[in-house]
Design a protein around this ligand. Structure first.
Ligand code: FE2
Ligand code: FE2
Length: 215
């Protein structure tokens, strides 16, 4: 019986071969391109490479500077993100009902910040907690992330001048503050001290890698 790896290898070989076949049949077959089109294709390829490189460099620098501000410590990076997000909630709470554009834009900013933050925790920190037998805390925290998404969904789909808008933002902010307090004051310090310097450095490295994907 074929193992899962063998099946995957076979599938990937057949994907590559069908991709090759369709490229040969495709109208974008660069092998048969007219000679006078070659410089143009070269320029396009170089431009794409520069574009990808510049985008990667921007993501890298952004993540690097955030990490350095927090002393390259995973828990300090997360703490800074909590603080920055709560500050955005305060800006949102200070808006008036007629500032609907500003409210919509702040909700988007908060959504982006929380998405990136949750991604880093869910892809690296919570799995590491579970590996260290801190499953109850990890499950509790991840369960609360579900409600974070629910509040984002409600705020995004609510009229921004609704009487319900600010009370919902206030409830949401309370949830974030309580969640962040549990992470910062209970779960993360205990977990961090239980790990070696190398283990903490590895979590910082893995978390930065995941964070970069979301920049
Ligand atoms: Fe969290
Ligand atoms: Fe957090």
């Amino acid at each position: 019986m074929a193992t899962r790896n063998q099946t995957r290898d076979r599938n990937s070989r057949s994907d590559k071969s069908s991709a090759r076949n369709s490229a040969e049949k495709s109208a974008f077959n660069f092998d048969r391109v007219e000679d006078n089109a070659v410089p143009l294709l070269g320029a396009l390829a170089a431009g794409a490479a520069i574009g990808i490189g510049a985008n990667w460099a921007r993501k890298f620098l952004q993540q690097k500077s955030e990490s350095m501000m927090a002393g390259n410590e995973w828990d300090e990076i997360l703490k800074l993100e909590h603080k920055a997000t709560l500050a955005k909630f305060d800006l949102l709470l200070a808006t008036e009902d007629d500032e609907t554009g500003k409210r919509a834009s702040l909700v988007k900013t908060i959504h982006y910040a929380l998405n990136k933050h949750a991604h880093q925790e869910e892809q690296v920190v919570y799995p590491a907690l579970r590996q260290a037998n801190e499953t109850v805390d990890a499950d509790h925290l991840e369960h609360e992330h579900g409600y974070v998404k629910t509040y984002l969904y409600r705020l995004e789909n609510m009229e921004k001048d609704s009487a319900e808008f600010l009370p919902t933002v206030r409830e949401f902010r309370d949830l974030i503050e309580e969640h962040a307090r549990m992470e910062e004051e209970q779960v993360y310090p205990r977990f961090k001290t239980s790990m070696s310097e190398e283990q903490n450095a590895k979590i910082t490295m893995l978390m930065n890698k995941e964070g970069m994907k979301m920049n």
